[in-house]
Design a binder for this molecule. Structure first.
Ligand SMILES: N[C@@H](CCC[C@H](N)C(=O)O)C(=O)O
Length: 280
């Protein structure tokens, strides 16, 4: 059986296995594909990753992607994955120009690749809600919500000391499955504002079911909800749990409504490898 070639990439600490599936070796809708994703994402037992990205042909764009979380669930969008997919496409010749477009389940995304830095224009956010008072993990917390391609709950905390001490997994897990966000569930972000142009974030990701080192759509959700609370301007620099910074640019056009939302940061190839299905 032929080995599967892949690139292991990191988008500011969110890590992905990227596979060129233009030949169609994977049928991305079927259970075998989800099973492959779950196996290959296991840390210590396989390559390990937060998700898998399949690059496929598209009649109108440079390519389209299918994005899967580590648990095999498909997500409409992933900000860090989008930056990795764009860099992969330019590096491997899937896209000829560093300015490229690709199709996702959330809509068409535009990206610009400049060395290891990639800036992506995201789809317009939806469904902003603020000040939800929710019971989670035995306490009442105030939560804002916005869908930045995927759903995100955002909780603001008093400062970095409180953020460092938080049990992000316990609280994140409780919010992720809270009845308020059913049936899709939500990602959960915990945020400290450091200044008018700077915030610090920790994210519990749906589909990884754990804290990750960075989350692009979560960083956008945090920047926009902080802006709604008049805590920050634009752009906002988001310091992630992995220590890297993502920069979010946006225009506010009305209460909870935004256009021209961009995310910018590093997207790096960690290594290229080959996988044998029978050893997964
Ligand atoms: N890490 C991503 C978000 C990936 C999808 C998410 N886990 C979900 O299922 O909603 C990002 O960088 O945006």
């Amino acid at each position: 059986m032929e080995p599967i070639a892949f690139h292991k990439m990191t988008g500011s600490g969110n890590d992905f296995i990227v596979i060129d599936n233009r030949s169609g070796s994977f049928t991305t809708d079927d259970e075998d594909c989800r099973d492959f994703v779950r196996k290959v994402c296991r840390r210590k037992l396989s390559a390990g990753a937060d998700g898998v990205i399949f690059i496929e042909d598209d009649p109108e764009c440079d390519f389209r992607w299918r994005f899967y979380n580590a648990d095999g669930s498909e997500a409409e969008m992933c900000g860090n994955g989008a930056r990795c997919a764009a860099r992969f496409a330019f590096l491997t010749g899937v896209a000829e120009s560093p300015e490229l477009r690709f199709r996702t389940l959330a809509g068409i995304i535009q990206a610009r690749v400049e060395g290891t830095r990639v800036k992506v224009q995201m789809t317009d956010p939806l469904d902003y809600r603020s000040g939800l008072e929710l019971q989670a993990a035995g306490r009442t917390i105030s939560v804002d919500f916005i869908n930045t391609g995927v759903p995100h709950a955002v909780c603001f905390v008093a400062g970095t000391d409180e953020l460092e001490r938080m049990d992000v997994v316990e609280l994140g897990r409780a919010l992720r499955r809270h009845q308020q966000f059913q049936p899709a569930g939500t990602n959960a972000n915990f945020v400290a504002v450091l200044g008018r142009d700077r915030i610090r974030i920790r994210t519990y990701e749906r589909g990884v079911e754990d804290e990750t080192l960075a989350c692009g759509t979560g960083s956008i959700a945090a920047a926009l909800t902080a802006h709604e609370r008049t805590l920050v301007g634009s752009p906002v620099h988001v310091l992630t749990q992995g220590g890297e910074t993502l920069t979010i640019h946006f225009d506010r056009i009305g209460p909870g409504q935004y256009r021209n939302v961009f995310i910018e940061g590093e997207a790096r190839v960690v290594y290229e490898g080959r996988l044998w299905r029978e050893t997964l």
